[in-house]
Ligand binder design. Structure first.
Ligand SMILES: Nc1ncnc2c1ncn2[C@@H]1O[C@H](COP(=O)(O)OP(=O)(O)O)[C@@H](O)[C@H]1O
Ligand SMILES: [Mg+2]
Length: 387
């Protein structure tokens, strides 16, 4: 594997050219690395800013060879990059996270098995791969949520079911693909923890993030988590570190949890990459999740992040680019938002706004959590976001 890849000398490669890749590229470049991105889209947000853009499909052998040739180490910015592609790259380059770890995160059934193996409780569930599995589902999993085992995100590929009849119809509507049925849990709130783990096993973590979703998409993250007791924050952090270590994970990993109304903590899912709920780290911490991904990949020492300001992150979806009254396209009033103290605007360079599309995020920092919340409410009002 060799020694660290030093800034100013090495090229860091990334599979995928979305906004996470773009912010990774920015962080790597700020530290003096050259960067390479593989993504088929000529206008991909990360491809537009990287030194090298390999415009190819994720399984294209020639494209993978070009990325490997250009890069000293390679990471991924989305979990649905074929694990096979990462395995191919790993034959000649240091790849972090490894394809095997990404493969676990790609499949909800494997993911839940990994949580159990790590000693972390998740929702009661059943894996449904065939009609016999469906018939054997215990009654106490209903009402529940049927989720496709693979390729689900932002609430897509999920259906809530109350009865066996609804369950059977939902599974049929999903064309009988492998699914996980989870018991519907009474949630109090949702939280996440971002861990970075080095090839030498060193683990550092960001503080617990409290997350609010709207229509299945992350809308707001707040740190420090206002409604999560300290003991539960410690439990979530310890669980996330164990989940990373038990798959020998290298890189940045986000683990999402539910806090139930009875006070129990339950792990939900994980993402083998920097995460939307960690975007506040760019402006509220002395090192960002993207900086730590660079360090983990370059095998540089990880540094424990310090939250220097309470923060909120507002996700900016494409809906904001359409007038609420007449539906006509508009540019949000950035000048007014940026007039507020402690606000940082991040736009991802996507040329076309579409409803539900992640266009950017706004970080809001202040000296106190109360102040940050007041500013966030003001920004939300200017943008036309729900309070
Ligand atoms: N077992 C459950 N009980 C109650 N709510 C759930 C459960 N599973 C998911 N949800 C809700 O649905 C949202 C999306 O589910 P999730 O498993 O996170 O899928 P995705 O991959 O689409 O983010 C969660 O953020 C949570 O609000
Ligand atoms: Mg989720």
């Amino acid at each position: 594997m060799g020694g660290p890849l030093l800034p100013g000398q090495a090229t860091l490669g990334v599979m995928g050219g979305g906004q996470l890749g773009r912010m990774f590229v920015h962080a790597a470049q700020a530290q003096g690395y050259r960067t390479a991105v593989l993504d088929p889209d000529p206008q991909s947000p990360a491809g537009l800013v990287a030194h090298v853009h390999v415009q190819a499909d994720y399984l294209d052998a020639a494209g993978l060879a070009r990325l490997a040739e250009a890069s000293d180490a390679i990471t991924t910015e989305f979990e649905n990059v074929p694990a096979q592609a990462l395995a191919t790259l790993a034959a000649t380059r240091f790849v972090a996270p490894a394809g095997a770890a990404v493969a676990i995160c790609q499949d909800r059934a494997d993911e839940k098995a990994h949580f159990a193996a790590s000693g972390v409780a998740c929702a009661p569930h059943a894996v449904i791969r065939n009609a016999a599995d469906l018939a054997a589902v215990p009654d106490d999993l209903l009402p529940g949520i049927l989720k496709t085992a693979r390729l689900g995100y932002d609430g897509k590929g999920q259906q809530r079911v109350k009865t066996r009849v609804e369950l059977e119809a939902a599974w049929a509507a999903l064309k009988g693909v492998p699914c996980v049925l989870e018991q519907m849990l009474p949630l109090k709130l949702e939280l996440s923890v971002i861990v970075a783990r080095g090839a030498d096993g060193q683990v550092v973590q960001f503080p617990v993030q409290q997350n609010l979703h709207r229509d299945g998409i992350l809308a707001v993250t707040e740190v420090p988590a206002p409604d999560v007791p300290a003991a539960l924050q410690a439990e979530a952090s310890a669980s996330a570190a164990r989940i990373a270590a038990s798959m020998d994970y290298v890189g940045v990993l986000c683990v999402e949890f539910f806090l139930l109304q009875d006070g129990r903590l339950v792990v939900n899912e994980m993402a083998p990459r920097p995460h939307n709920s960690g975007h506040y780290t760019m402006d509220a911490c002395d090192i960002s999740q993207f900086d730590l991904q660079v360090r983990a990949m370059a095998r540089l020492p990880l540094r424990t992040p310090r939250l220097h300001s309470p923060a909120l992150m507002l996700n900016l979806l494409g809906d904001l680019w359409f007038d609420t009254a007449d539906g006509r396209e508009r540019t949000p009033a950035w000048d007014q938002v940026l007039a507020l103290p402690g606000t940082y605007l991040h736009l991802y360079g996507k040329s076309e706004a579409r409803r539900g599309r992640k266009m950017g995020h706004l970080n809001i920092t202040a000296a106190t959590a109360a102040e940050a919340r007041t500013l966030a409410a003001q920004a939300a009002a200017i943008l036309g976001l729900p309070a």
